[in-house]
Design a protein. Sequence first.
Length: 107
Amino acid sequence: MFVDQTPEVKALTQLVNNHFEKATHLYQERLEIRKRRQPNGQYSPRDQKRLREIHIAVYSHLKAIDDEIEGSTQPYLSRRSGNIKCGYFLEPEKLKSRLGIVPEEYY
């Protein structure tokens, strides 16, 4: 659907799309790492470190979106049994009210 956007909103939409795309690629990498999980459910030290880096990077990308459109992604970091995880609450209506559309990378 085409929505007429001002140049500022177009730039903001591009920023949101870029951050969502980067977070998506990181989650794809995370899925590949999960496939390498050992039979006992553990990860290699290298994979554990990379998973931690991925969660922090995803948080950073979602936080950058939330900084521009407050409340649109609501990212948070949590720690369980020594592992850092990134969680979030996506609010598409906040994106749509600010941008006129829900960015393509959201889905």
